[in-house]
Design a protein around this ligand. Structure first.
Ligand code: 9WO
Length: 276
């Protein structure tokens, strides 16, 4: 009987096209993502467009056609860096010629990254992430070489690197074996167990801090009461801050009668003349 792998487990690999490779020490060496990297669960390789220039000045940018402030990244060094990354990924067996990793540009013009996106990325083999600098990137490189653009939100950064690190952190922590039980995604905001609601507040010692006590249910030792209190807190916080997430959870059939009663009461409490 021939062995036919259903889905071979490939280690996740990210290739970063960046003028500032040193920045990636933050995600590669620190915290949860750093530990997972040290254990070989994922890898990170940087490619500096400057190393693919051929002029004495190692030029990676030039003035914009049509005028305007700032400089624009040259297409050629970026393109050569991407080709080198793609070849190295195949060489390393990180992906196959049939299913090459996507080339992704971090840009405010992209589709907004979210937890569902992070879960999809966690099922893949990684990506070649393009980190822009200066005023922007020659559009011809984007048109020819970039498969998709991803945004972290409606703000502008000085470069794509921090965005790429945010993206990778959100993905790596979902890979099997990365989190211990103690820090498990089971209790995280946006974990399926929370039905898309915001997480309830957290407390640790001391029991009274500067006169403020820990909420009594958490000290009760009564697991059902604690779970009910946390659910109420999640529902009330989500209704107050992110009402669209309540709508989404309701539409997905994730709120039961008890949840709806909590929401009704929370709605009354938050209205003028209501309690609190
Ligand atoms: C900037 C930009 C602004 C408005 C509309 C589209 C845009 N694309 C870019 C762009 O690709 N800029 C490059 C990367 C070069 C300048 C610094 N860059 C950047 C990326 N700034 N901010 C981001 C970013 C990435 C992900 N999520 C939010 C912001």
């Amino acid at each position: 009987m021939p062995f036919v792998p259903v889905l071979s487990a490939r280690a996740m690999r990210f290739d970063l096209i960046t003028l500032f490779p040193e920045m990636f020490a933050a995600v590669r060496d620190q915290g949860v993502s750093g530990r997972a990297h040290a254990r070989g669960i994922w890898s990170l390789v940087t490619w500096n467009p400057r190393d693919f220039t051929t002029d004495v000045h190692r030029t990676v940018d030039d003035r914009p056609y049509g005028g305007g402030p700032g400089m624009v990244m040259l297409a050629e060094p970026l393109s050569q860096a991407v080709e080198a990354a793609r070849a190295a990924r195949l060489q390393a067996g990180a992906d196959t010629p049939e299913a090459p990793a996507p080339v992704v540009l971090l840009s405010p013009a992209g589709r907004t990254h979210d937890q569902a996106g992070a879960r999809r990325w966690a099922d893949g083999t990684g990506a070649i992430l393009i980190c822009g600098r200066y005023e922007g990137i020659d559009q011809r490189f984007i048109d020819r070489c970039v498969d998709e653009e991803v945004s972290l939100g409606d703000f502008v950064l000085s470069g794509g690197e921090l965005g790429a690190m945010v993206l990778m952190d959100s993905v790596v922590r979902l890979l099997p074996g990365v989190l211990h039980d103690a820090e498990s995604a089971v209790q995280d905001s946006f974990n399926p167990a929370l039905d898309g609601l915001l997480d309830s507040p957290h407390y640790t010692r001391p029991e009274v801090w500067r006169g403020d006590p820990v909420p009594e249910p958490l000290l009760s030792g009564h697991h059902a009461r604690i779970a009910a209190w946390r659910r109420e807190q999640s529902l009330a916080l989500t209704a107050a801050r992110r009402p669209e997430l309540i709508e989404r959870a309701r539409a997905a059939g994730r709120l039961d009668g008890s949840d709806e009663r909590v929401l009704e009461q929370a709605g009354r409490d938050s209205k003028p003349g209501g309690k609190g």
